[in-house]
Design a protein around this ligand. Structure first.
Ligand SMILES: Cc1cc2nc3c(=O)[nH]c(=O)nc-3n(C[C@H](O)[C@H](O)[C@H](O)COP(=O)(O)OP(=O)(O)OC[C@H]3O[C@@H](n4cnc5c(N)ncnc54)[C@H](O)[C@@H]3O)c2cc1C
Ligand SMILES: *[C@@H]1O[C@H](CO)[C@@H](O)[C@H](O)[C@H]1NC(C)=O
Ligand SMILES: *[C@@H]1O[C@H](CO)[C@@H](O)[C@H](O)[C@H]1NC(C)=O
Length: 480
């Protein structure tokens, strides 16, 4: 498919020497003017051309969102400018290319003792890819998602214009693009806010057998003024080896004790916490941890502690990636389902989904709350109505040759059951990294925000050239 798209595009475009379509193709250097002139060319052909343009970050979206049929796929990682530049001012920031990987930003900013504030669990994702969604991890309760920690963007719109935007300049485009699913422009540059980086992280896991105690503790911790630096959690459904599941390199100091905990048919909830520190602050940090933990209701014998470097903590999923790749278990289907669930419904949801619909899991199931007051509401990102909502990420893998209860179709059916249940029970959930097949469903997803989203589309990408893989708007069918 990608090759076909590339060929079509070579036939129709003169400027094509500069476009690349995937990591496996020949690598050309690309700059924002190349992107701009490509889009301008297509824009000026109007509806006479069926060409569309998909920016491809690291290509990690699951439903072809970074693809296009018979159009141009731009390999954003080949956008090598601007060179990353750290500005260690009073409010420090780094300027990066929209195709930059977060792991590279981490290493570069650390040279200045600085670091971005808000992350994703996995760092081999591009800036443009996560900022088009939200970028949510265990820091979001404190700093908001990644789209909340950006000062400025440079964007190439669906008309091919190169526009700089921020809270003060071209404000509507700025907020539109953040969480905008690639619909209004291609992010070519981003200015990301930084903070001093710690050297070390204390990483903690504790277990609960009752959901209510687990979620009360999570909600308590995110409400404190001085809390942990990272708060997540996950569900264990009939699983063994919880301390070392695939997505982390968590090695507790007492692995023997840890290995005794097997969820064995029961559902357990693991609260995952981290606190940042520098070696000279160890005593004060330990006191703070002790005091915070003393307020919680986990099963007392299930306190597992570990200390790792800041880089090892943030890059933890990559450690598992290396192991899984070695076993041929990385490049497998991932029928993932990410949901945002209002606090008032989370208990009912978990009872039905973890107690009834899912009998087992093949991959982690994350669950943690965030406070919407930390999220800028002007962005395109859609959340549930309540102030506190949970991210629930059911991150299944389908291992090769599996059929029956581990097969792809089985997992997709379970995902649909969860969505059907949520709709029937009117839980007011929203999908994160949303996927819908028709515009009616998109309208429902956006709710009262739909009108603004359509307005922005008509202002910045009136021919619906950009990010067709999201299947929100279709070129050649005017969307108004
Ligand atoms: C192992 C793993 C762990 C993950 N963990 C998290 C997590 O903890 N938190 C979280 O929030 N997400 C997480 N994700 C999901 C991830 O944020 C999304 O898959 C995201 O889309 C990936 O970015 P990408 O660079 O691969 O983008 P792609 O999948 O390539 O692109 C995503 C969308 O953005 C568009 N796009 C890409 N680049 C640009 C650009 N420069 N300008 C405008 N539009 C663009 C594309 O056209 C597409 O529509 C995880 C994914 C994986 C594989
Ligand atoms: C969410 O944050 C707001 C603003 O900081 C605060 O007033 C509110 O109490 C918080 N809610 C909870 C449940 O922590
Ligand atoms: C739990 O897993 C074990 C082994 O993986 C399996 O034999 C057992 O049937 C499972 N229990 C339930 C309740 O699904």
């Amino acid at each position: 498919m990608a090759t076909l798209a590339f060929k079509i595009c070579i036939m129709q475009l003169k400027t094509l020497a500069i476009l690349t379509i995937s990591n496996h193709q020949q690598f050309y250097i690309l700059n924002r003017f190349d992107i701009s002139s490509t889009i301008k060319h297509i824009y000026h052909m109007g509806y006479a051309s069926e060409l569309t343009v998909a920016a491809r970050g690291h290509g990690h979206s699951l439903q072809g969102q970074s693809q296009t049929q018979g159009g141009v796929v731009i390999n954003m990682e080949s956008l090598q400018e601007p060179l990353m530049e750290v500005h260690p001012l009073e409010l420090p920031y780094v300027d990066v290319s929209g195709g930059e990987l977060w792991i590279n930003i981490l290493h570069e900013t650390l040279k200045h003792g600085l670091s971005p504030k808000s992350w994703t669990d996995y760092l081999y994702l591009t800036v443009g890819g996560t900022l088009s969604n939200a970028g949510i991890s265990g820091q979001a309760f404190l700093h908001g998602p990644q789209i909340n920690n950006v000062y400025q963007l440079e964007v190439v719109t669906g008309k091919g214009e190169v526009v700089t935007c921020s809270e003060k300049q071209n404000t509507d485009l700025f907020y539109g693009v953040l969480g905008g699913l690639g619909q209004f422009g291609i992010i070519t540059r981003a200015r990301i806010s930084l903070q001093p980086a710690p050297k070390m992280v204390k990483w903690i896991r504790v277990l609960y057998s009752e959901f209510s105690l687990f979620s009360e503790d999570q909600e308590h911790l995110i409400s404190l003024e001085k809390s942990f630096d990272y708060i997540e959690g996950f569900v264990l459904i009939n699983r063994t080896g919880f301390v070392n599941n695939w997505r982390s390199s968590f090695n507790p100091k007492d692995p023997v004790q840890a290995s005794q905990f097997i969820s064995d048919g029961k559902v357990l909830y693991c609260l995952e916490l981290a606190i940042y520190f520098n070696p000279e602050e160890t005593t004060a940090m330990n006191q703070k941890v002790e005091s915070l933990l003393s307020e919680l209701s986990f099963i007392p014998s299930t306190l597992f502690l570990s200390e790792v470097s800041y880089v090892d903590f943030l890059d933890r999923v990559h450690t598992s990636e290396i192991k899984l790749r070695a076993q041929g278990l990385w490049e497998v289907p991932h029928p993932w389902l990410n949901l945002l669930i209002p606090k008032s419904q989370i208990s009912y949801f978990s009872q039905e989904v973890f107690g009834n619909i899912l009998k087992d899991s093949n991959g982690p199931i994350l669950i943690y709350p965030v406070n919407k007051s930390k999220w800028n509401r002007k962005t395109s990102f859609i959340t549930p109505d309540e102030d506190i909502f949970y991210l629930v990420a059911i991150l299944s893998s389908v291992v090769p040759s599996s059929t029956g209860t581990d097969g792809l179709q089985h997992r997709l059916t379970l995902n649909q059951k969860i969505l059907d249940f949520s709709a029937r029970a009117n839980l007011g959930i929203k999908q994160y990294l949303p996927h819908y097949s028709n515009q009616e469903e998109w309208k429902a997803h956006f709710g009262p925000q739909w009108e603004l989203f359509v307005q922005r589309k008509s202002a910045y990408d009136p021919l619906a050239i950009l990010a067709p893989g999201q299947r929100i708007f279709q070129k050649a069918i005017p969307f108004l």
